[in-house]
Ligand binder design. Structure first.
Ligand code: FA5
Length: 369
């Protein structure tokens, strides 16, 4: 191995030649000045400051010089690299400022442009009405009960004293499920929730059960094939028709206001005995008998009373089916259609409006945006 060359003159090493160093610096400074954006500057940096750049190569040559030559060559190359570093830093801040300026322009948000308003949905008045009724009963200590919409025929009919040959089974037009012997139906009423509850719980029982029900009715002003009912059931010792009247009155007052009056008339439901139909005093004409007159009330048809729903004392047969001794316990139940109640309460002209799902319908009741 040979010793370092003590006569070495940096001018003889072409990379360290002052003219070449100056030229390399001039090239680099020109490239820095010509960089138009930060990506460009990055490429220039690799070419003129990277390991293979002329100034980096010159710098490497210094190590091989004799000590006497190192200082001068080192100063020359060092100064060139320093100037280049400063040029890079200065160009970088200029290009960064330009980029920030451009972003501010490109991504400018015009706050004066009217916003595209996405209107939120609204809860349907039927749902809110059901909720209001449920809340009222929960406030009196009753519990909420639920059942499936796909129900067994036995619970929807048989257990409610509507055997297969019972003529009243035809009262409710039913959607049966394929195959017909599956024994499943879309429930036609919320009354099977009564049976489910009585089979599962010991009395005393006080439940309220809102839910969706299905019948093969055509859509018209007062019918829809999918509608909602709310069912109430109370089983306890010593319950009588008076308790049923009291519960119904409370129910009606909450729903239709404190001055609403009810009346009951005889009716027939296989699962209640005796059974009643409950009417409430028309909230528009307040019971005026306007039938056949020029002022006939459109809401109640002039009778002065509006049909609310079915009710009655729970049939002893139904109690026995559910394992409850009818000599110890008695109970009452009632069920009404929520659409009808809403229609009558708010003067809604027909069922169509309720099922169309137009948010403007809900907005009439102050619901939604
Ligand atoms: C029943 O469904 C009984 N389960 C109610 C009952 C419960 C009686 C507990 C006794 C004890 P009904 O078939 O009458 O009864 O229906 C009750 C209410 O549902 C009706 O008063 C009416 O308000 C509503 N309703 C019935 N059919 C429709 C329909 N197609 N569209 C909208 N509402 C309906």
């Amino acid at each position: 191995m040979s010793a370092p060359n003590s006569n070495y003159d940096p001018v003889e090493v072409s990379a360290l030649d002052p003219a070449n160093v100056d030229a390399a610096l001039a090239d680099a400074l020109a490239a820095v000045a010509g960089a138009t954006d930060l990506d460009d500057l990055k490429t220039v940096r690799i070419a003129h400051q990277g390991d293979k750049s002329p100034l980096a190569l010159a710098n490497r040559e210094i190590g091989a010089l004799p000590p006497t030559a190192k200082a001068e060559a080192g100063k020359r190359v060092g100064q060139a690299r320093g100037k280049l570093g400063q040029a890079f830093a200065a160009r970088q801040s200029v290009l960064e400022a330009e980029r920030d300026e451009r972003i501010l322009v490109d991504e400018r948000v015009d706050v004066s442009v009217p916003a595209l308003r996405r209107r939120p949905g609204a809860r349907h008045p039927i749902e809110l009405t059901a909720q209001r009724l449920v809340d009222a009963f929960v406030g009196m200590g009753w519990e909420v009960a639920e059942g499936p919409e796909l129900e067994s025929e036995w619970l929807n009919f048989d257990a409610l004293n509507l055997g297969p040959d019972h003529p009243a089974r035809q009262m409710q037009d039913t959607f049966f499920l394929d195959p017909v012997d599956s024994g499943l139906v879309l429930r036609t009423q919320t009354s099977p929730v009564q049976i489910r509850t009585m089979l599962e719980q010991e009395p005393p029982i006080y439940i309220v059960a809102p839910g969706k029900v299905y019948r093969t009715d055509d859509l018209d002003a007062t019918h829809t094939p999918v509608f909602h009912q709310i069912e109430c059931l109370a089983i306890d010792k010593g319950l009588t028709m008076a308790h049923l009247r009291g519960a119904l009155d409370a129910f009606v007052r909450i729903m239709f206001g404190p001055d609403t009056r009810t009346r009951v008339r005889a009716n027939y439901f296989p699962f209640t005995e005796p059974s009643m139909e409950t009417d409430f005093l028309c909230f528009v004409c307040h019971g005026a008998e306007t039938w056949g007159t020029a002022e006939q009330c459109r809401t109640c048809g002039g009778s002065g009373w509006i049909e609310l729903g079915g009710s009655g004392m729970v049939n002893r047969k139904v109690l026995r089916t559910c394992g409850i001794d009818p000599d110890v316990y008695s109970g009452f139940a009632f069920g009404l259609g929520i659409e009808r109640a809403l229609m009558l309460r708010h003067g809604v002209q027909g069922m169509h409006e309720m099922v169309e799902g137009d948010i403007r319908f809900s907005q009439q009741f102050g619901m939604g945006a």
